[in-house]
Write a protein that binds this ligand. Structure first.
Ligand code: ZN
Length: 339
């Protein structure tokens, strides 16, 4: 019996010594100390031992158990320590490595320019409104004093859905839609996409953006228009910017003018940017034609107003000194991230 125990003990200790994994130790624990383990089977065979020898054998079994348990615990601790050291060695986190950068998108120069224009006019008490891009011929032309046979239609050739529906060629129909819905005082800007059947080149695109402005109230004069646009130009291009009004013709305003700003590159002396003239054309404007007011049921004897239209791309091209409009539509991230 004693030899048997010694054999079990040395066998168990040898197996523990050899084992290199924590799971293996558990298997050994079950095999020797478990309910059906080797030591337990020795205890079960106690009935074959002479009664006077039983306490002694029992003591020997307990000693063997204690030795095996101690060895198991010692080896378990050793393996756990080795495992942790191995983890520390291999799972190194280098805190000095540069972090992975999230690539952020970038605002388009047209969006930046639009927000700038909106900020200026909202600051002057204007409301920002929008209108449909697919528009009735009536709103795009007729209600703006451009009847069927008017030559202005040729200059604004657009895309027709049918005889009476088209892709709007200007943001001006929003003037009419606003005046139909709202009585004066009216003070709005209406930014949005417009369409023309133009070939793509450095200064043309079949789709671009305009910002329309409209003010209607009692006693609105050309002086109000001049003051408003001078303020707008100063805020957009710098406080020293001067404005110049050149007589022009638009069917829906009378009188009408085109507005130039003094070149913000050379201050008006003349440079490559302003083609030597010292002035840069930025928008068209005028006093709302009495016919347009009448069509919207506003009495031109009681009310007057002014309107203007700015090309958003034109503003962005000028402000960021971009010389080809096509760059604005190509969505090349290398180009866009400069702004
Ligand atoms: Zn210049």
């Amino acid at each position: 019996m004693k030899d048997r125990l010694e054999q079990i003990k040395s066998e168990a200790l040898a197996k523990i010594e050899e084992s290199s994994a924590l799971e293996k130790l558990n298997e050994i624990r079950v095999a020797y100390l478990g309910k059906k383990g080797e030591l337990t089977s020795v205890l079960k065979s106690m009935k074959d031992v002479a009664p006077e020898d039983r306490p002694k054998v029992g003591q020997m079994v307990n000693d063997a158990r204690a030795v095996i348990e101690e060895k198991l615990e010692e080896t378990r601790a050793k393996l756990a320590r080795a495992l942790r050291e191995e983890q520390l060695r291999t799972e190194v986190i280098d805190v000095t490595l540069p972090a992975k950068k999230t690539v952020m998108g970038h605002r388009h120069p047209c969006s930046i320019a639009l927000e700038e224009v909106e900020r200026i006019f909202v600051g002057m008490g204007y409301e920002v409104v929008e209108g449909p891009e697919v528009e009735y011929d009536y709103y795009n032309f007729e209600a703006l004093n451009i009847p069927k046979n008017h030559p202005a239609r040729d200059e604004q050739d657009t895309f027709y859905i049918n005889d009476s529906i088209l892709l709007r060629s200007q943001t001006s129909p929003v003037q009419v839609r606003t005046m139909e819905k709202k009585k004066p005082p009216i003070r709005i800007i209406a930014p949005g996409r417009v369409f023309r059947s133009d070939e793509v080149d450095a200064t043309h695109s079949p789709s671009f953006h305009q910002i329309e402005g409209l003010v209607v109230d009692k006693n609105i004069t050309f002086a109000d228009l001049k003051g408003t646009l001078a303020q707008f130009a100063a805020e957009l291009f710098g406080p020293d910017t001067k404005v110049k009004f050149r007589p022009h013709h638009f069917p829906f305003t009378e009188p009408s003018a085109e507005v130039d700003v003094s070149c913000f590159k050379c201050g008006g002396k003349g440079c490559r940017f302003c083609k030597g003239s010292g002035w840069i054309e930025i928008l068209g404007c005028g006093m709302v034609h009495p016919n347009v007011l009448r069509m919207c049921n506003i009495d031109p004897d009681e009310y007057s107003g002014f309107a203007f239209g700015v090309g958003l791309e034109r503003i962005a091209l000028l402000k960021y000194e971009i010389d080809d409009m096509r760059l604005l539509y190509e969505n090349d991230a290398r180009f866009l991230k400069q702004f």
